[in-house]
Ligand binder design. Structure first.
Ligand code: KIV
Ligand code: NA
Length: 264
């Protein structure tokens, strides 16, 4: 597969071609996912739950993110690698630069940070140092204790604030956005307003890209799946086939369907 860069994703946004993203945490899955034509791999701090068995992402360390990013990088066949900055690793711009550099040094192409407009300075400083960043907004799992649970964000009056934050961050130089569990109409509006690609999860059908946790879309995560999850292995006869089915469903617009999204 030709190497995917931010330029590729920007061109896809401009031509309204949907792209897909899946998490991976190791070399084998990174190989399978990138070979299946998934444009970007997210080394998510969801690994705290998926691999380590914690009940939140808060215990994930930078060292763990570096280790898994390195593993993913070795197996990758040309996908863009997005690496999560874990809980409290980007509390001020100085520490963010040092920590992001460690992820970039082992093969990340872009780092992802959960937050809002308060990250503007951080975004600028990262860019000045050659590190592009993705801002994760909406339901940001590292703030689960602030939200009081994993709840849909951006409803009612909070919608205008989320849109304003996204616009300011795009202006500051954010290269990508992830919108998690926000009403579909808000995700559509943000996707239209910012000039960089927006990736959704539980954000409806209108974002530029879609991301899922790999283990969720293979139907092997414990517990009741979230509303936006679809098990792609249920109708496929192998893991590579399930991943290809996800890529095709995103590309053709059949996933996510209306019922996978949230209303205002
Ligand atoms: O860590 C992760 O897997 C994520 C996605 C759910 C967007 O941040
Ligand atoms: Na994450």
């Amino acid at each position: 597969m030709a190497k995917i860069t931010l330029t590729t994703l920007n061109k896809m946004k401009a031509s309204r071609e949907k792209f897909s993203v899946l998490t991976s945490y190791d070399a084998t899955f990174s190989h399978v996912v990138s070979n299946a034509g998934i444009e970007a791999i997210l080394v998510g701090d969801s690994l705290g739950m998926v691999l380590q068995g914690h009940d939140s992402t808060l215990p994930v360390t930078l060292e763990a993110m570096v280790y898994h990013t390195e593993c993913v990088s070795r197996g990758n066949q040309g996908a863009l690698i997005i690496a999560d900055m874990p809980f409290m690793s980007f509390a001020n711009p100085e520490m963010t630069l040092l920590n992001a550099a460690k992820l970039m040094a082992v093969g990340a192409n872009i780092v992802k940070l959960e937050g809002g407009a308060w990250l503007k300075d951080t975004v600028q400083q990262l860019n000045r140092n050659g590190i592009p960043c993705c801002i994760h907004m909406g339901l940001t799992p590292q703030s689960v204790n602030v939200f009081g649970g994993y709840k849909v964000q951006g409803r009612g009056g909070a919608a205008a604030q989320l849109l304003a934050d996204a616009e300011q961050l795009a202006e500051a130089g954010a290269a990508l956005f992830v919108l998690e569990c926000v009403p579909s109409p808000l995700a559509k509006q943000i996707t239209e307003r910012v000039n960089v690609p927006v990736i959704g999860i539980g954000a409806g059908p209108d974002t530029d890209g879609q991301v899922l946790v790999l283990h969720d879309m293979l139907g092997i995560s414990p517990g009741k799946p979230a509303r936006f999850v679809k098990n792609f292995l249920a109708e496929a006869d192998s893991i590579p086939a399930a991943i290809k089915a996800f890529a095709l469903a995103v590309k053709s617009g059949t996933y996510p369907a209306e019922e996978h999204g949230f209303q205002e």
